[in-house]
Design a protein around this ligand. Structure first.
Ligand code: 26Q
Length: 817
């Protein structure tokens, strides 16, 4: 054993330096005497990767030996962001690397900036998957993530004349040191074709004769835990042409066309779909879903069969988590393999399936639920459609026994939706076949119980649970805000909070301590400075550090109400303009920062982006205003931009119309960093209020139960003069582009204001005024800021994962070396 231990890579600065130089020379094929920052970053990454591989091997061998029940997390999206800093921090060797590099004349932080983001996801759901992988590794759970290795991640956002333009994200162009290509780890994935009967030993089985076959190749991304040797796998699949299947086409003599058509296989994993429900029913999207699900399920069953011969043990060894309905075909794929390929009796296979799946929904509204047209499914996956019909037939028969012949209810609950376009309801399939249905916050569970899944809740109340989302404090404090991290450790006298985040509550007793307050303010100021430098480098705009940095960063969506933010800013501007010059001294200066992408086909969201720019153009160039109000748009918002912006924010806005945000996780990152929240009582905010108290944030707006009443009643604009006035300014072309903004203004007219901007406007302005008033009292503000961080522990993804672990029935399996 000791001889083996000796083989481990060493982590002292000299050994690290030698490793980096070896990678410069032998991996990058550059001279060790001359290499630039990017080459240094690549060599550094390879040296880190070597260390990850060592731990990963040990972990995988240990898991194999112990054979615990495993959790397989299936998600079509993972927003991992950058890997370098996170990896070295979790490995516990950041300082050693920094020293090694400084002796070579490089700065760790500068090299870390060379890395591009892995943006294989849209927003909340995808970043949640990434945070949960970090927690699964840190908490020693035997877990695998499965997803798709898109060649192009989420589109890059470029702003031209204030308009959003989309460009492809060529994230793999400069290589990706963080993945391990496993060319021999492949599975065939079938499409199209027909289903035939085959008789074997007197039994009739279904056989799917495919019309097309592609190969799924595994790319492993290693996820290190913090404070543990455990390192788990995020396995992403890429599509490649299949060798075996295509031999035929070469024999036809048309060699060139055969090669070209084979290359089409790769398009399956080529591009991530932006979050836009109008993309539903697209064949490529369905192909992506099945491709990744089929490869993952084959891999999971192969691993099970390596150690077991009896499928009765499957539920004791395997748990599958469906991240929204996107991977719901996994249910049918498991059924298909068990029945058609493993030749299990249908009832036995069904019994197994019902014990292994747990489903999480991230949606609030019925329109957001996924549907697959039956025609499309029948052509692409003929056998799966048959299996779905059979599952549905059995389900509806059982249901009739329970609820009788209530045809309206039966048709609402059916997996198959009859209608103009006959479709499969992925959510119904997922609910019927999963042992647990999870909401992402307490309020979200209440909503789905009362609305979208009411029928199912009444049938199976025990299936419905919630696991409030969380974010990892490793990335969102330690990596992104190292100075706050050190300050917290200093005052708590320990770094243990990095694994045991509840310890942050220990800060509460020092919240009013002048020494901590002083140091806290210093750290926050330095972070603001970093953000101000970024803003200046990006836009040329100089912002004052004395101003309140007020931030709203998230996907642009009507329900998230970036428009409310803009209209509030117009009101503020209007007030400043109409004020006596002498009164302007009393105005609390603000830098209003917004960032986020609009789905390419979402016209209104794109108009919101343009309106921001039009308003910014006017206000930022108005000499009456000066430093009192500045507007900044951060283009191409992504994970690494968030890491920079969040620590520098004083105030952040989470202002969705109540009942629309399933959870929201951005708020949790701001909370951890001591940023005060201005928010509505929506999603997880309700639980944040319980942790930090109403007095520690700025709340406003209609509550969930008020919303239907207000929508019905509408708001009298004669009463709400302020709102009418600011909308009119936009309508009248005060900021230009009068015709272009007309349809946007129409969305908030009386009777059409679905997201209730008009009725919430007064409360919004009051909450903003309360924030101004508090900001002037820096002692109070800093106390609230410390209490925010102190109360953020419940919103760690470590807690979320502990909650899920109970549902999945898994135990930690800690690699002992
Ligand atoms: C659907 C059809 C076709 C193509 C793409 C899609 C698609 C892709 C992504 C639909 C939805 C998504 C993502 C949804 C999402 O991120 N939801 C958010 O999930 C967070 C984590 O639970 C919550 O905090 C947010 O409230 C929720 O909006």
């Amino acid at each position: 054993m000791f001889a083996l231990m000796d083989r481990f890579l060493k982590n002292d600065p000299i050994s690290l330096q030698n490793d980096i130089l070896d990678h410069v020379e032998y991996t990058m094929a550059r001279s060790r005497f001359s290499f630039d920052d990017f080459e240094a970053y690549q060599a550094l990454s390879h040296s880190v990767r070597d260390r990850l591989i060592e731990r990963w091997h040990d972990t995988q061998i240990y898991f194999k030996r112990k054979d615990p029940k495993r959790i397989y997390f299936l998600s079509l999206e993972f927003l991992m962001g950058r890997s370098l800093s996170n990896s070295v921090i979790n490995l516990g060797i950041r300082d050693q690397y920094a020293e090694a590099l400084s002796q070579l004349g490089f700065e760790f932080e500068v090299l870390a900036e060379q890395e591009g983001d892995a943006a294989l996801g849209n927003g909340g759901l995808a970043r949640l998957s990434a945070c949960q992988m970090d927690s699964l590794a840190t908490l020693d759970y035997p877990a695998w993530g499965y997803g798709l290795r898109y060649q192009y991640g989420l589109f890059r956002q470029v702003i031209m004349d204030g308009f959003q333009h989309e460009q492809p994200d060529y994230w793999l162009n400069f290589g990706n040191p963080w993945e391990i290509e496993r060319i021999h780890l492949t599975y065939p994935v079938k499409f199209y074709g027909s289903v035939e009967d085959e008789t074997l030993n007197g039994e009739i089985y279904k056989v799917w004769i495919p019309g097309e076959m592609v190969e799924a190749v595994a790319y492993d991304n290693l996820i290190p835990g913090y404070g543990t040797r455990n390192t788990i796998t995020l396995r992403l699949w890429a599509a490649k042409p299949s060798d075996q299947y295509d031999m035929e086409s070469y024999n036809t003599g048309d060699y060139i066309n055969a090669v070209v058509s084979r290359q089409k296989a790769e398009s399956i994993s080529s591009v991530l779909y932006p979050d836009d429900r109008s993309y539903q029913g697209k064949e490529l999207r369905l192909k992506q879903q099945y491709f990744f699900v089929s490869a993952s399920v084959q891999d999971i069953i192969r691993r099970f069969k390596d150690a077991h011969s009896n499928f009765d043990e499957f539920p004791e060894k395997v748990a599958l988590q469906l991240n929204d309905t996107h991977p719901s075909l996994a249910i049918v794929e498991v059924m298909r393999i068990l029945v058609d390929e493993e030749h299990l009796d249908w009832n036995k296979a069904w019994h197994i399936v019902c014990q292994i799946f747990s489903f999480t929904t991230h949606t609030v509204i019925a329109e957001g639920l996924e549907k697959i047209p039956v025609d499309l499914l029948g052509s692409l996956l003929p056998r799966h459609l048959q299996i779905m019909y059979e599952i549905n037939f059995n389900f509806v028969e059982e249901l009739k026994k329970k609820i009788g012949l209530d045809y309206n209810r039966l048709s609402r609950m059916s997996i198959v939706e009859e209608g103009a376009v006959k479709s499969i309801r992925s959510a119904n399939l997922s609910i019927v076949c999963s042992h647990t249905v999870n909401g992402v916050s307490r309020a979200h569970l209440e909503l789905i119980k009362a609305n979208v899944f009411k029928d199912f809740y009444e049938l199976w109340p025990q299936k419905f649970q919630y696991k409030t989302n969380g974010v990892t404090q490793r990335r969102w404090i330690v990596v992104s805000n190292p100075s706050l991290s050190s300050l917290i450790s200093k005052w708590l006298g320990t770094e243990a909070w990095v694994r045991d985040v509840e310890l942050l509550t220990g800060l509460r007793e020092y919240a009013a301590n002048p020494d901590l307050q002083l140091e806290w303010k210093m750290v926050r100021k330095v972070n603001k400075m970093r953000l101000a430098e970024y803003i200046e480098a990006m836009s040329g705009l100089k912002v004052s550090l004395d101003a309140m940095f007020d931030v709203q960063i998230k996907r642009i969506h009507e329900y998230k109400r970036q428009l409310l933010n803009i209209l509030g800013i117009i009101h503020r501007y209007d007030c400043i303009k109409n004020m006596e010059k002498s009164d302007r001294r009393k105005v609390v200066p603000r830098v209003c920062i917004i960032g986020g992408k609009a789905a390419p086909g979402y016209e209104i969201a794109k108009k919101i982006i343009k309106l921001w720019h039009a308003v910014a153009e006017k206000i930022n160039n108005d000499s009456d205003v000066g430093d009192l109000l500045k507007l900044v748009f951060i283009p191409d918002y992504n994970v690494s931009v968030a890491e920079l912006v969040i620590p520098g924010a004083d105030l952040s806005q989470h202002i969705s119309t109540a009942g629309n945000e399933a959870s929201g996780t951005g708020s949790m990152k701001f909370l951890m960093n001591g940023c005060l929240l201005l928010a509505t009582e929506d999603g997880s905010t309700v639980e944040i209020i319980e942790e930090i108290g109403v007095d520690n944030m700025f709340l406003f707006g209609a509550r969930v139960h008020d919303v239907p009443v207000l929508r019905e009643k509408g708001v009298d604009l004669k009463v709400n003069l302020q709102f009418a006035r600011v909308v009119r300014m936009v309508r009248d072309g005060y900021f230009g582009f009068k015709d272009y903004f007309k349809s946007l203004c129409d969305t908030v007219e009386v009777g059409k204001d679905f997201y209730l901007l008009g009725s919430d406007f007064g409360g919004y302005l009051e909450a903003q005024a309360a924030a101004d008033k508090t900001f002037v009292d820096q002692e109070k503000w800093t106390r609230m800021s410390i209490l925010s961080t102190a109360g953020s522990g419940r919103f760690s993804s470590d807690r979320t994962i502990e909650d899920y672990a109970k549902t999945w029935g898994i135990e930690p399996c800690r690699c002992p070396f």
